[in-house]
Each structure stands twice: as structure tokens, then as C-alpha cells.
Design a binder for this molecule. Structure first.
Ligand code: HEM
Length: 112
């Protein structure tokens, strides 16, 4: 229960994203949507969550270190962290897709 009542919605976000990912993955496996559509959806969500997390993070730095406060009608730290959690989970799926590509790069580096 403690895990669900934390300040940030870590577990609920991970669960919702996990279920949604599984849904679009299964739709693609059953050829209801194309695999390219499944990937487009998650690439777009990765872009949106990264942009939100990074922009809000940069606004927080500007406010904290430079006193430049841009007022937005919501709690910037809260949404920065929520977007960061979502981005982290989607980035993990993204890394899994490109795992072979990354493995080749690291193997190449180790040899030389
Ligand atoms: C461009 C990338 C990022 C920038 C520039 C950035 C910047 C910041 C800044 C300025 C703060 C406030 C620090 C403070 O209160 O002392 C902060 C807090 C935080 N950030 Fe980020 N951040 C980035 C990415 C992320 C990501 C990917 C996550 C993953 C979840 C994350 C999670 C957090 C958390 C948990 C806090 C603490 C919030 C709190 O004090 O309650 N950040 N970040």
C-alpha cells in the first residue's frame, strides 16, 4: 500500500504503460495494427514524455539557479517527475528494440 501512496505515481505509471504497451504489441502480433504503427505510437510517446520532462527540468534549473521564474498553472516539479518516470519506462522498451544495434557498438569498442 505504501508503494501506491507515495508522493509520485511510480507504480501506477509503470503499470499503465506496461498494460498499454502489451495491448498495442498484441494488436500488432494479431495483425490488427501494423508493427510500424505500434512503433510510431511509442516513438511519439517517447518524444512527448522526453520533451515534457526535459523542458520542465530546464525551467526548474532556470528558476532555482538563475531566479528566472516562468509561471505555469501546475506544479512543475510534480509533472517533471511524472513525465520522467513515463519517459524512463518507454525508453527501456526503446532500448530493447535496438538492443542488437547497441550490442554491436559496444562489442566493437571493446575489441579496439
Ligand atoms: C533534461 C533532463 C533533466 C533535467 C534538466 C532535470 C532537472 C531537475 C531539477 C532542476 C530538479 C530540482 C532539483 C531540486 O529540487 O534540488 C529535478 C528534480 C527531480 N528530477 Fe529531474 N531533471 C531531468 C530529468 C529527470 C528524469 C529523466 C527523471 C526521472 C524520473 C527525473 C526525476 C527527478 C526527481 C525524482 C526529482 C526530485 C523532485 C523532488 O524534489 O520532489 N529528472 N530535476
Amino acid at each position: 500500500m505504501q508503494l501506491l501512496l507515495s508522493r509520485y505515481y511510480l507504480i501506477p505509471i509503470l503499470l499503465v504503460i506496461g498494460v498499454l504497451y502489451l495491448t498495442t504489441y498484441l494488436l500488432a502480433r494479431k495483425s490488427i495494427i501494423r508493427i510500424s504503427v505500434h512503433r510510431k505510437i511509442w516513438n511519439l510517446l517517447l518524444l512527448i514524455t522526453s520533451a515534457a520532462c526535459c523542458l520542465l527540468g530546464l525551467l526548474l534549473v532556470l528558476a532555482m539557479d538563475y531566479g528566472i521564474r516562468i509561471r505555469l498553472p501546475f506544479d512543475m516539479t510534480f509533472w517533471h517527475v511524472e513525465a520522467g518516470i513515463a519517459m524512463g519506462m518507454i525508453a527501456a522498451f526503446h532500448i530493447c528494440w535496438h538492443w542488437r544495434y547497441l550490442k554491436v557498438i559496444f562489442q566493437y569498442k571493446r575489441r579496439y
